[in-house]
Design a protein around this ligand. Sequence first.
Ligand code: KG4
Ligand code: ZN
Length: 340
Amino acid sequence: MYILGIETSCDDTCAAVLKDSQILSNIISSQIDLHKVWGGVVPDIAKRAHQDRILPVIDTALKRAKINIKDIDLIAVTKGPGLAITLSVGVNTAKEIVIKYHKKIVGVNHIEGHLMANFLTNSQGKPKRPFIFPALALTVSGGHTKLILINKIGNYKVIGETLDDAAGEALDKSAKLLGLGYPGGPVIERLAQKGNSSFLKLPSPIADKKILDYSFSGLKTAFYYQIKDWPKNKINKHLSDLAASFQMAVFDTLLRKFTLAIEKYQPKCLLISGGVAANLNLRKRTRELAKKYQLPLYLPFKKELNTDNAAMIALAGYYQSQRGDLANPQNLDVDSRAEL
Ligand code: KG4
Ligand code: ZN
C-alpha cells in the first residue's frame, strides 16, 4: 500500500510517502527561522507558512518517492492534538486531494504518530522490528510528556503524563531564561555536553513513588529563582554547567517515572520517541535502563524521526486503515485536544 502522510500540527510543514512501513520520502520544511525571533511558535505566522508550503512540500514528497498521486492508496493526515489553525491547513489540503482524486483518508492522532515512529523502516525494510506487547512508551516532545502502555497497535493506555509543562517545553523555557535560542532542547544538549551536571541542586518533582505523572513547571521556577539575581557575566561563565544541571534534572525525572512504570507494568519492550528523544544523553541513559531490565528498546532509527514528521503519521494511518477506521472526508474535522 502507498500512503501519503501530511503533518501540520505545529511549526513543521511535512509530507511523506510510505510503501507500507518503508519510507520512500520524508520532507520536513521547518519554520524555526520564522519563529525564533519571537522566542516561540506564533500560531498565525505558522498557519500562513503552512499555507504557502504545504502543496510544494507534498509535491516534493511525491517526486522524491517517484510516485504519482494517482498511485497513492491512502491519505493520512494529523487531526490533533496540536494548534487548531495550523492543523486545519493540513486537514483541508488532505480533503481537497481526497475529493479530487477519489482517495481514502484517515485522521491520525499526532501522539500515535510519535509511537509509530519507532516502527518506521528504510526503503530496504530495515530495521526489522517485531511488535512485542505489552510495550511501554515514553513520548517526550514540546507539547506532550506521556507514559503509554501499548497492548497492541490501536490499543493504548496513558498511565502517566505531565500535569503542567511538557519536558521539551521546560527545556525551551530554561533556554529562554539563559538567553539562548529557540528551540531550546538542541542548544541545551550542545552546552550540557561540556558542563557539570551537579553544579546546581534542583528538586525532584513528584517524588511519590505511586504517582507516574510528571511536573516540570516547579523545576523551571526553582531554576529561575536560583539564577535570577546573578549578573549576566556569571550566567555566561557557567552556561554549560547550568544547561547540564537543568537537562540532568529533567532527564532524571523522566527516567525515574519510566523505571517506576517498568516495575509496575512489567512490559516486554520499551519505546521512546518525540523531539526530546533526539537527545543523545537521554538515548544513552534509556539504553542503560533497558539493559538493566533486559528489555528490547526501540528508538526511531533516524534522528529526524524523533521530531515532527509525516512518515510517522503515514504509518499510524496505515495501521488505522487496517483496523477499518477510515474517515468520511465530509466529517473529518480538526481535534486540537484529541486524546489518544
Ligand atoms: O516532537 P517535536 O518536534 O514537536 C512536538 O510535538 O512538540 O518536539 C519538539 C521539542 C522541542 O521542545 C525541542 O526543544 C525538543 O523537542 N528537542 C530536543 C532536542 N531536539 C528537539 N530536546 C532535547 N534534545 C534535543 N536534541
Ligand atoms: Zn510532536
